[in-house]
Design a protein around this ligand. Structure first.
Ligand code: 5GP
Ligand code: SF4
Ligand code: MG
Length: 467
């Protein structure tokens, strides 16, 4: 998911809509904004893309105020229903509160069970609603103390943006900082301490002309209001374990995460891969869009020309996702097409970020061969995905992950390539500039590749699911 919050600027909701638009890649299912105008909260949410929900400026005009938070939804728990669309708003005896969450709690079902027993009534099937009830039942008096009490009980990955009339914006990253959250400032609002922005990625700062200030640290809480910005660290410093897959695939290439440009990092991973698993070929072809920066790095390192041998159609809408059998049988590829002159008679290296189920790869390889490629080699800029993510990235269960059920040779055969190689862990971590992977020094979460989960999977161990 993508989260965005702004404090101390006129038309905060319009800026939030822009921010969400640039975070669209983090969630395409639904979008929502809550604003506060110093008297009342206003909210609007809907299913679909940000442009569908907030494209008409009259919608944000009806969300007045100088403080707003927004959310793009990409479901990892809970289905596609309007009641699961964030941000959530709660009306407590002590005042209103809005919350937007990116990540996934690993003990949400366990906590929910206990809360329901205590009489809490849940309105959604998402893990995020657990925060709302934990804050409600907390015995502390101030909202901030109730918030801290709540986050101390949850486990998992959570980049949170909360807003309340008294405290202003409250931002937080989970103690290991698995999901991103950055702080920015819009110039010109320094008077009155305004212009603060909290959001998932720096690309959402760029679109509204905000300057990047810094990343929120793992476990850090920041409180932003007319008194300025205050930082709290109720969890101390546990060392960060940022999601390595944000660099490989999830984040936008023009974002800078934890001081590292995503684009340059992807290029370096591609270069590592070129050194590790070189192959004689005529063209380097990315699987767009995710494979593009790393294919550029691969091509530069190998000296083999980079070509757009596959063209992506960017207008694949929801209405087109389920074609009829008749259309499907024509082998219609909605998203990718072969650029025949680039591929015909060539030995092709395809570069992509990951193989999850393997269905995309198989289709693309068939298409490239049908366009006349004489050899097809696949190079993947992540290690094999062998384990599900429980921290907010939607990966299928283990038995649906091709790399969990196939050897490398079996995968190459199933995908139909002449050779297949994944980047090594050493190569990946070298590209990230953190080669030391020893216990205690590891800087990233890489559980979907290693099975080494840095945050306990409480619900999974108790066989509980959120619902
Ligand atoms: P598969 O192997 O499952 O057919 O597809 C892998 C492709 O899906 C990769 O090229 C990658 O770009 C994309 N992908 C990887 N992770 C995700 C994800 O979490 N969500 C979506 N929508 N696509 C993903
Ligand atoms: Fe990221 Fe993989 Fe860890 Fe999930 S399991 S947070 S996708 S590195
Ligand atoms: Mg892809």
């Amino acid at each position: 998911c993508g989260v965005f919050g702004v404090w101390g600027v006129p038309n905060a909701s319009a800026l939030t809509a822009l921010g969400l638009h640039s975070l669209q890649h983090r969630g395409q299912e639904a979008a929502g904004i809550i604003s506060y105008d110093n008297q009342r909260f206003h909210q609007h949410k809907g299913l679909g893309l940000v442009g569908d929900v907030f494209g008409d400026s009259r919608v944000t005009a009806a969300l007045p105020g100088s403080m707003a938070i927004g959310h793009n939804r990409y479901a990892t728990t809970g289905g596609t229903h309007v009641r699961n669309v964030q941000p959530f708003y709660a009306d407590y005896a002590f005042g209103g509160l809005g919350v937007a969450h990116n990540g996934n709690l690993t003990n949400a079902a366990t906590l929910k069970k206990a809360l329901v027993k205590r009489g809490c009534i849940f309105h959604s099937s998402t893990d995020t609603e657990v925060f709302i009830h934990l804050i409600a039942v907390s015995l502390y008096s101030t909202v901030l103390d109730r918030f801290i009490d709540a986050v101390k009980q949850v486990k998992g990955a959570y980049s949170l943006i909360t807003m309340t009339p008294d405290d202003g914006l409250i931002g937080m990253r989970d103690p290991l900082g698995v999901r991103p959250l950055v702080l920015g400032r819009i110039p010109g609002y320094e008077e009155g301490n305004g212009g603060w922005v909290l959001t998932s990625e720096t690309c959402a700062l760029d679109i509204i002309g905000a300057d990047y200030v810094r990343d929120i640290e793992p476990g850090e809480i920041v409180v932003i209001n007319e008194n300025g910005i205050r930082s709290l660290r109720p969890f101390g410093d546990q060392g960060g374990r940022f999601c390595v897959f944000e660099y490989i695939y999830f984040a936008r290439p023009d974002s800078v995460l934890e001081g590292q440009a995503v684009y340059e990092t992807r290029k370096r991973i591609g270069a590592e891969l070129a050194r590790e698993s070189a192959v004689d070929a005529d063209v380097i072809v990315p699987v767009p869009d995710s494979g593009v920066p790393s294919a550029i790095g691969y091509a530069e390192e190998s000296g083999i020309p980079f070509e757009l041998g596959i063209i992506r159609n960017h207008y694949v809408g929801r209405t087109f996702i389920e074609p009829t059998d008749q259309i499907r049988n024509l082998g219609v590829k909605m998203k990718h097409s072969a650029n025949r002159p680039v591929l015909a008679g060539k030995r092709v290296v395809l570069v992509d970020d990951s193989i999850v189920r393997g269905t995309t790869s198989r289709k693309i390889v068939d298409m490239v061969r049908a366009a006349g490629a004489t050899e097809v080699h696949m190079r993947i800029t992540s290690p094999p995905t062998r384990h599900p993510c429980f921290y907010g990235i939607d990966t299928p269960e283990e038995n649906k992950l091709m790399a969990a059920t196939h050897t490398l040779e079996q995968m190459a055969e199933a995908i139909g390539v002449d050779s297949l190689a994944f980047v090594s862990f050493d190569g990946l971590y070298r590209a990230l500039g953190h080669e030391n992977r020893a216990e205690g020094s590891r800087r990233y979460c890489d559980a979907c590749f290693t099975g080494d989960y840095p945050i306990s999977l409480v619900d999974k161990e108790g066989n509980l699911v959120v619902g």
